[in-house]
Ligand binder design. Structure first.
Ligand code: NAD
Length: 503
């Protein structure tokens, strides 16, 4: 494992080209200036300038949507095995440049090398997994009825828009773009304005792997400009969106006139419920991992701890000791566990909850402070003596901040777990099998893990209920979004056709 200094030197080499040339939009295989000039990209580690980024607007989106539309027929009709080969080559390209992706991602977002080195490789896994699905993606069914042989087929829906957030942006982008390409769709990608570096690397890798020009286009810019225009564009048939719940609602409104199909992966305020019969050491490890890894900037984070009152004191004491021991520091230091928050705006939002917690009457049992003033660093934070009605229990803070709430009975735990707008994930810790079955049945969440942290398995459905989203990713669910089902009925005989106007 390389040291901090070695990583800094390597990063410097990788960033040189961005400093010199900035990041251009990539449309139809060409570098294109943004219609509205450039905006500046800075690092949350020390607030330093990284590079200029093309400021794309509706005009750039129009050019990219036209490019995606022009490239669609060729990509859709390319033999499946040929498309599969290209996707595998993209996975290989990602693996070959995994270190560059990881280091750039850390510098751009403040995420730590400890986690981003794996996230880059997970991006490659996404391409490999969906490459393996390319051939069967078009498979349909044959459904026999008395008078007809009914055949269903699937076709790619057309050019699609992919809009991604700044938390683990590379991995999340591949998660959307890989199945879209595997389905035979072409893509216009609008990455988050706060984290444009690795989206650029992805389109380069894809083109070097043989992806025809125009199949993947990248337009940088802001949500209200480029993002909105993408949702409104008539040639874009669907929007795969990952981001905040409020933005998800805007995506739906913006796509209404063009009847856009939307897949929304939104926010969460996910409960982890720890019963007193659980393996408490493992529960403790998982609780800590699921809120303090990835800077807590993770939609599936377990940001609400519901802990049974019989073990609360002991569990919280161990939690406080461990949280105070978490290493905050330079994200490129492989030993660092938490890096800086992504932007000044987000830092201000997360730190505002320190005051909110106090006003609400909760206790700051760990953290609750900023670290230095070079970048956007805070200590991992734990709020105790909280109730489920407090803002710190109801609102998505999206940082390394955990709210601990005691409960007495299973019924009370369930009521609190469900008493929230969100419904992305839930984590249940108990050794009582019947309780686990009963509890998971009633818990309102798209994904639940029992006696486990979040372990993603790509064939399983990923997505949320309530304000956490609409639609599912993973396995065949991804293809249901990126493809149209078609039904064709063939008469198998001379069945009776009702005659009108005949005597
Ligand atoms: P955000 O909603 O502010 O931005 C996400 C993307 O949407 C960005 O690219 C942004 O430019 C774009 N955007 C903003 N306004 C837009 C508009 N009007 N039209 C079109 N595009 C627009 O989210 P964020 O702050 O970047 O990311 C953090 C959020 O993402 C959190 O709420 C987190 O829970 C959520 N998230 C969810 C999942 C999931 O799978 N459910 C995964 C990761 C992150």
């Amino acid at each position: 494992m390389s040291t901090l200094n070695e990583n800094i030197t390597k990063l410097d080499g990788f960033l040189e080209r961005f400093r010199d040339g900035g990041i251009m939009n990539r449309i139809a295989g060409q570098d294109v200036f943004g219609a509205d000039g450039v905006f500046q990209n800075t690092s949350p580690v020390d607030k330093s300038y990284i590079c200029d980024v093309a400021h794309g607007t509706a005009a750039d989106i129009d050019a990219a949507a036209n490019a995606a539309s022009d490239a669609f027929a060729e990509w859709r009709d390319m033999p499946a095995l040929q498309r599969k080969k290209i996707l595998i080559k993209i996975a290989e390209g990602i693996e070959a440049r995994a270190e560059e992706i990881a280091l750039c991602e850390c510098w751009d977002t403040g995420q730590t090398y400890k986690f981003m080195s794996k996230a880059a490789l997970r991006g490659a896994e996404n391409f490999r997994y969906f490459a393996d699905q390319v051939v069967q993606a078009r498979d349909g069914q044959q459904l026999q009825s008395p008078t007809l042989m009914n055949v269903t087929t699937r076709k790619p829906i057309g050019p699609v828009g992919v809009i991604t957030p700044w938390n683990t942006p590379f991995m999340l982008s591949t998660w959307k773009i890989a199945p879209a390409l595997a389905a035979g769709c072409t893509v216009v990608h609008k990455p988050a304005e706060a984290s444009p570096l690795t989206a650029r690397l992805l389109v380069e890798i894809a083109e070097a792997a043989g992806l025809p020009p125009g199949v993947l286009n990248t337009v940088n810019g802001f949500g209200e400009g480029a993002g909105k225009a993408l949702c409104e564009h008539p040639k874009i048939k669907a929007i795969a969106f990952v981001g905040e719940s409020a933005t998800g609602s805007l995506i739906t409104k913006q796509g209404a006139d063009t009847l856009k199909r939307n897949h929304l992966e939104l926010g969460g305020k996910n409960p982890v419920i720890v019963f007193d019969d659980a393996d408490l050491d493992r529960a403790l490890d998982a609780v800590i991992f699921m809120i303090y890894s990835i800077n807590g900037e993770r939609c599936t984070s377990s940001s609400r701890l519901l802990v049974q009152d019989t073990i609360r004191e002991e569990f919280e004491a161990k939690l406080i000791a461990r949280v105070n021991n978490i290493k905050v520091g330079h994200p490129l230091d492989p030993k660092t566990e938490i890096g800086p928050l992504v932007t000044e705006e987000h830092f201000n939002k997360v730190t505002s909850y320190f005051e909110i917690a106090k006003e609400d009457g909760a206790t700051i049992a760990a953290g609750g402070v900023t670290v230095g003033d070079e970048g956007y660093f805070i200590r991992p934070t734990l709020f105790t003596n909280a109730t489920n009605q407090m803002r710190i229990a109801q609102e998505e803070i999206f940082g390394p901040v955990l709210t601990s709430i005691p409960f007495r009975t299973e019924e009370e735990a369930l009521e609190m777990a469900n008493d929230i707008d969100y419904g992305l994930t839930g984590y249940v810790w108990t050794n009582d099998l019947t309780r686990a079955l009963r509890f998971t049945e009633a818990l309102e969440a798209g994904m639940i893990w029992v006696n486990s942290e979040n372990v993603r398995h790509l064939p399983t459905p990923f997505g949320g209920v309530k304000a956490s989203g609409i639609g599912r990713d993973g396995g065949d669910w991804s293809f249901e979004f990126y493809m149209e089902q078609k039904h064709i009925g063939f008469a198998t005989g001379q069945h009776k056709i009702t005659k009108l106007g005949a005597l």
